[in-house]
Every structure is written in structure tokens, then in C-alpha cells.
Design a protein around this ligand. Sequence first.
Ligand code: AR6
Length: 184
Amino acid sequence: MDIKENGTTISLIRGDITLESTDAIVNAANSRLAGGGGVDGAIHMAGGAQIMEECRSIGGCPTGKAVITTAGLLNARYVIHTVGPIYKDGRHNEPELLESAYRSSLELALEKGLKSISFPSISTGAYGYPANDASIIALKTILEFTKANPGKLELIRFVLFSDQDYNTYSESLKKLLKTARKTA
Ligand code: AR6
């Protein structure tokens, strides 16, 4: 599914983020930048040791923030490592921290002058964030960002690892666009 909002193409695809050739891919990291399973494990595995070396020298990243490294052997130029919240019950600042993880990643991409970026579904694997709630936050943050920074990023891709996640994000995007059109 592809849409264009405020000069930015937003694409939802089902796939593996390590195969992306956007300027940056985003990693759902932990605050020690120590590597792990899920998308983090896949990125370090495919990207080689260079990425971990840079993560070690950066040292860590607070939840809701983002840091950047080169992308080693990957097709992308950079990896933006962000740390989403561990979901408890939704009343421990999880929505704000998840929004902040997406926003910090987008801001870092702008600071670096990048034009395209690919996101995974941050926090919805090992960190347990319900995918439906997370998808609304993710997409809303991106739509707001394109409104505040029209045309600055040419392409924002969501690379969803399962059909179920792809369907969840597609439904959420349709819902958000409907609401936006009504209130416009
Ligand atoms: N491409 C795209 N999406 C993927 C890929 C891939 N290659 N592999 C997994 N996913 P998770 P989190 C999806 O657990 O919840 C790590 O150990 C996956 O299906 O990777 O933010 C870190 O070190 C799910 O939908 O990230 C942290 O400790 C989504 O990516 C912790 O897990 C996110 O799942 C972070 O947990």
C-alpha cells in the first residue's frame, strides 16, 4: 500500500528490513545497543561486525531516543538505532516513548540530510506492545512529521515481517486517513 502525504510517499510492505536500499533502516534496539534477537539480531547478522563496533563506541541510547551508525554490509547507507518502550500496561508512558522513538529517528534522518528511511514495527515483538495500538502511534507520528516537514523526506517505508502485521498497519493507515480527511 502506497500513499502520498505532504510530498512524502509512505509505503507499507511485507518483507525483511535487512534487504532495504533506502538511505537508512531503523533498528528496534535495546538501550545498551548490545544486540539481541528479532530485527536487531537480523540487522547485525546481515550487516556484519562494523555496526556493533560503532554501537560499542556510542555506548547506549535511552528509551525513546535514536543514534546512527553506518550500515556495514547492508544496502542501506545508515542504521538508525532507536529504543522503543517495553510494554507493561500502557500506563507507564509507553505511548509517549513509542512516539518519541519514531520522531527521534525521523529527526536524525533529517539532520543527516537523508531522503528515505525504512522502519520495522518497533516494540511489537520482544517488547510486547500490542500491534494495533503501536501501529496507530507509529503512523500518526509519521503523518504529523510529514505535515510539519513537507517534502523533506521523499520516502518512508514500513517493512512488516508478517501478513498479520501488514494487515494491521494497512487498516490503521486507512482509519487515520479517513479521520484526517473528515477533520480537514
Ligand atoms: N525485518 C522486519 N521486521 C522484522 C525482522 C526483519 N528482518 N525481524 C523481526 N521483525 P523485535 P522489539 C519484526 O522483537 O519488540 C531485541 O532483542 C518482528 O516480527 O525485533 O522492539 C532487541 O535487542 C516484530 O514485528 O523488537 C531488544 O532487546 C518487530 O520486528 C528487543 O528485541 C519488532 O520486534 C526489542 O524488542
